[in-house]
Ligand binder design. Sequence first.
Ligand code: S3P
Length: 426
Amino acid sequence: MIARPASLAVRVPGDKSISHRALICAVLASGRSRIKNILPSADVRSTAGVLGALGARVPKLADDMRVDGRGLAGLAAPSEPLDCGNSGTTARLMSGVLSGCPFPSRLIGDASLSRRPMGRVARPLATMGAQFAFDAGEHLPMVVTGGRLRPIEFDSPTASAQVKSAILLAGLVGGVPVTVREPVRSRDHTERMLAALGVQVRSLGLEASLEPASDLSAFQLDVPADPSSAAFFAALAAAGGVRGGGPLELTDVALNPTRLGFFRVLRDMGADVAWEVHRDECGEPVGTITVAPRGLEGVEVRSEQVPAMIDELPMLACLATLADGVTEIRGASELRVKESDRIAAVVENLRVVGADADELRDGLRVRGNRRGRSLGGAVRTHGDHRLAMAFGVLGALSGNAITVDDPDCVSVSYPGFWSDLERVTA
Ligand code: S3P
């Protein structure tokens, strides 16, 4: 329970994972869908652009938009390469959709995305019958040629919602049953959305299965706020960095348990954290998170906790500099294949600003100090939005003086981040 009510509140922008899926499902549905509060960020624009190049009429991203569905078999061969920009979710989820489409598509991306592994989706989708051709290695550019698919029961070596979703979407578009088992449960937005739209999806423990459907219902969705974006402000509040040093309320947030790992760990570190569900949105619980400051202690994060907080680990590592004792994150080698090598980049920058951090093969270690000296220096983001925001929060704490080389890279997931940060700290 939070001791004092919060006088400051933030509604961060719409959830990125749900926004991608909402656009894809709206285009595959029959009829007109209405989407409110979609995340208007560069990554979601990449998905909209790719769907547009496949013949869908996707309007400019707006607070209240309508999308006309083309049905499960309604996408057309593109006349140009499909540009996924910086977005791994676009590339991987669309690989699944395209595996069920009877034409070739060439997927391209920016320099960061072109370094990220695509074999993890190509292998199971090729087993289902799609063809994949790479220019080099298992990276973009790649050509996906879809066709008649076979059912699959896939044991995924990685806990990845993008891999799981690619296979579920291939099953949906290709009209075949699929089952995916994962080593640890990853975010389940695809399962929840497809079930809400009338598809037979079973999600039990570490296994998700889909039965073929003849069509997908059009829908209305008010996209809840992104818990991964909310995490930056939760960290700020936990560290006493909100104006007046008091608690902060994060409103209308997606409270899907597969996304709340950071908030659970924040509580383990000693922060005062509470959340409450207020409504359901296409199968997603939505509500308020309240965070109040308290002295923080170091914490251990293990592999089974990682998927539910994978995108929040840079923020956790920065916050650990303010916690008494050692924080150790293990079983997180997936961080090495995100928008940057987030293990190397976080540790490099923590050292630049004067913190005590070590790189581990599958994670990192930070020795923190609640009454430690001020942190200062120039952070190199490597163009990674989550690094920019994590160090932005650290820099906003009193006594610290941190600059970020590429503040604009936050546009990938949270275009208004710097002004929201200013508003709650000034
Ligand atoms: C996402 C899944 C995660 C996450 C990414 C979004 C999704 O990636 O890091 O930001 O929307 O499915 P992985 O599936 O590769 O872990």
